[in-house]
Design a protein around this ligand. Structure first.
Ligand SMILES: *[C@@H]1O[C@H](CO)[C@@H](O)[C@H](O)[C@H]1NC(C)=O
Ligand SMILES: *[C@@H]1O[C@H](CO)[C@@H](O)[C@H](O)[C@H]1NC(C)=O
Ligand SMILES: *[C@@H]1O[C@H](CO)[C@@H](O)[C@H](O)[C@H]1NC(C)=O
Length: 301
């Protein structure tokens, strides 16, 4: 009985999320908690956002200094391709970004496409690059020399999201088939992180943040304040016709859902999940995560 009422509530939330799927339905500006901005307010909060970026990068650098994560591209082209397999290239805008589902990156890609379709976009690229690299969209399709050049010269962006929310999102999007959430988690833990699907594979494995020195670390839940800033810095001036993000609302809905789903897990599962995502916790800090428990970082180099 309790299961069915939970299922019902979950479906209700699911439907409401579908209602505004793809994070992109046009809405009026939202209130955003403590960093509340709209595109027009950018200059005011520019420093705040820069400051946040500095803090995130500092956390990341400290993680990379302490762990044995890969910091250089392997000399073997095939291995190098595997390592950067989640990284996409936008040559026109001189961007590299790590593409992980349900982190907001798809919405951003959509914004970029909308902009590129406009004939008259204003590009103010920091350093014009005259070299021609070809057109592949995946970094893994370039040769080693080009990979290295692109990694050095392009602006690099990563979208991050709290691990448990990524799991719930994968579950809600039907990736678990007919499994209950608890069974789904068991399945993930059993398969381990090397066999993990991209939807829940730790960000550190997918995006290689110690190798790719990301210039921007954009966090789900704050997209509508962080992305316009990013666009401006990337030389794409703010445009009011761009689709807006509603991730803050989704984030809020998830708070409730997370607690429900978290409560179905056993103590051991919670602990193992924290261990599963330990590198993401160390690299990006998600202090409000239900999974977060400092003890799961012990001995995790
Ligand atoms: C771009 O804008 C300029 C002036 O704003 C105009 O003269 C030009 O024709 C536009 N180009 C295209 C391709 O629309
Ligand atoms: C790598 O690709 C670039 C661009 O396509 C090309 O100019 C360069 O000669 C290639 N380098 C090697 C070593 O194949
Ligand atoms: C992981 O993947 C490999 C190759 O696809 C497979 O042989 C192995 O059984 C998988 N391990 C688990 C635990 O699913």
């Amino acid at each position: 009985m309790r299961f069915f009422s939970r299922l019902f509530l979950a479906s209700l939330v699911f439907v409401s999320l579908l209602w505004c799927s793809h994070l992109l339905c046009s809405r009026s500006p939202q209130s955003q908690g403590d960093i509340s901005v709209e595109a027009e307010d950018l200059p005011v909060t520019f420093d705040t956002l820069l400051h946040i970026q500095q803090l995130r990068k500092k956390t990341l650098r400290s993680f990379c200094g302490q762990t044995a994560k890969m910091t250089e591209l392997p000399c073997n082209e095939q291995k190098a391709s595997q390592v950067v397999s989640s990284i996409l290239v936008n040559n026109k805008l001189q961007l590299l970004y790590c593409k992980v589902p349900a982190t907001g990156v798809e919405g951003w890609e959509h914004q970029l496409e909308t902009l590129e379709e406009k004939e008259n976009i204003t590009l103010q690229l920091p350093v014009p690059i005259h070299q021609h690299f070809g057109t592949p969209r995946m970094l893994s399709q370039y040769n080693l020399t080009s990979m290295e050049t692109l990694l050095k010269s392009y602006t690099k962006v990563i979208f991050i999201r709290e691990p448990f929310q990524r799991l719930i999102s994968a579950y809600m999007h039907g990736l678990a088939g007919s499994l209950t959430f608890k069974e789904f988690v068991q399945h993930i833990l059993h398969r381990g992180s090397s066999n993990a699907s991209i939807e829940w594979k730790p960000l550190v494995s997918l995006c290689q943040p110690c190798l790719v020195h990301y210039d921007y670390i954009i966090m789900f839940g704050f997209l509508s304040s962080e992305v316009p800033h990013l666009m401006q810095r990337a030389g794409l001036l703010g445009d009011h016709q761009l689709p807006k993000f509603i991730d803050f609302k989704i984030h809020w809905t998830y708070d409730w859902l997370e607690e429900q789903m978290f409560s179905t897990l056993s103590r051991a599962q919670k602990k193992h999940l924290c261990h599963f995502f330990r590198f993401d916790f160390a690299a990006f800090h998600f202090p409000n995560s239900l999974l977060w428990d400092p003890t799961c970082l012990a001995g995790s180099t």
